[in-house]
Design a binder for this molecule. Structure first.
Ligand SMILES: [Zn+2]
Length: 226
């Protein structure tokens, strides 16, 4: 009753189509949910997605949940997630994709989700990393762990520079490195980012993980603009 009253004064709108939500809907309306432009790259491997990394890094899976279409609903969702503080949408998309993956036999394929970290300055301004909420939702629905304290971005410390070859490929502002964790090298890791365009960011993360001996690595984006 109270919700109905509040909806009347402050109509909640769908993040995808911006039409008013029904009382039983949250963030995304039922129409938008059923019309989500899924890539289905987990069912039918997407050659374009794989080719982004071909010959440079070894990946178990290259996955993207949605197709990013300029001016489309997915762009609205990504905008809300990145610039309007709407982390709930990221978590929902993570849960939904996790459920899709589970249904298609992916339950044992990953055991640790690592979101691509934001640069410290941007994190300070934005206040959150938009990939964290997706990682959280995904991990929750797959029943696995997610951690934001392993993959790091920024200026490396002296000792890490000595150990890493990554800095040759990146400028110092944009280096990825790994905080070591016992047994990390035998984990089945999936690195997640919000959008996948050139693949350069994810590739750098994969290289940083390779450097500490991790071999079973997949990458995943919420949306890709292929
Ligand atoms: Zn909608």
């Amino acid at each position: 009753m109270l919700h109905a009253f509040i909806d009347l004064i402050f109509p909640r709108i769908c993040v995808g189509c911006e039409l008013p939500l029904e009382l039983n809907e949250n963030q995304i309306c039922t129409d938008c949910r059923f019309e989500l432009p899924k890539t289905n790259s987990h069912i039918l491997p997407d050659q374009q997605l794989i080719n982004k990394f071909a010959g440079r890094v070894n990946l178990k899976y290259s996955l993207s949940y949605l197709k990013f279409i300029k001016g489309g609903k997915v762009q609205n969702m990504m905008h809300a997630l990145k610039y309007k503080g709407n982390q709930e949408i990221g978590e929902m998309l993570g849960r939904w994709y996790g459920a899709d993956l589970k249904e298609n036999g992916f339950s044992g394929e990953f055991d640790l989700v690592l979101p691509v970290p934001l640069h410290k300055n941007r994190l300070l301004i934005r206040g959150y990393n938009q990939s964290d909420s997706f990682a959280k939702g995904l991990a929750e629905s797959l029943g696995i762990e997610w951690r934001s304290d392993i993959l790091k971005r920024g200026v490396e410390t002296e000792t890490q520079i000595k150990k890493s070859r990554i800095e040759r490929f990146q400028n110092m502002q944009d280096v990825f490195f790994v905080e070591k964790l016992e047994g990390l090298n035998i984990r089945k890791i999936v690195v997640v980012d919000d959008t996948l365009t050139t693949g350069a960011t994810l590739e750098s993360c994969v290289m940083a993980l390779n450097e500490v001996g991790v071999k079973d690595i997949s990458i995943m984006a919420i949306a890709t603009a292929l």
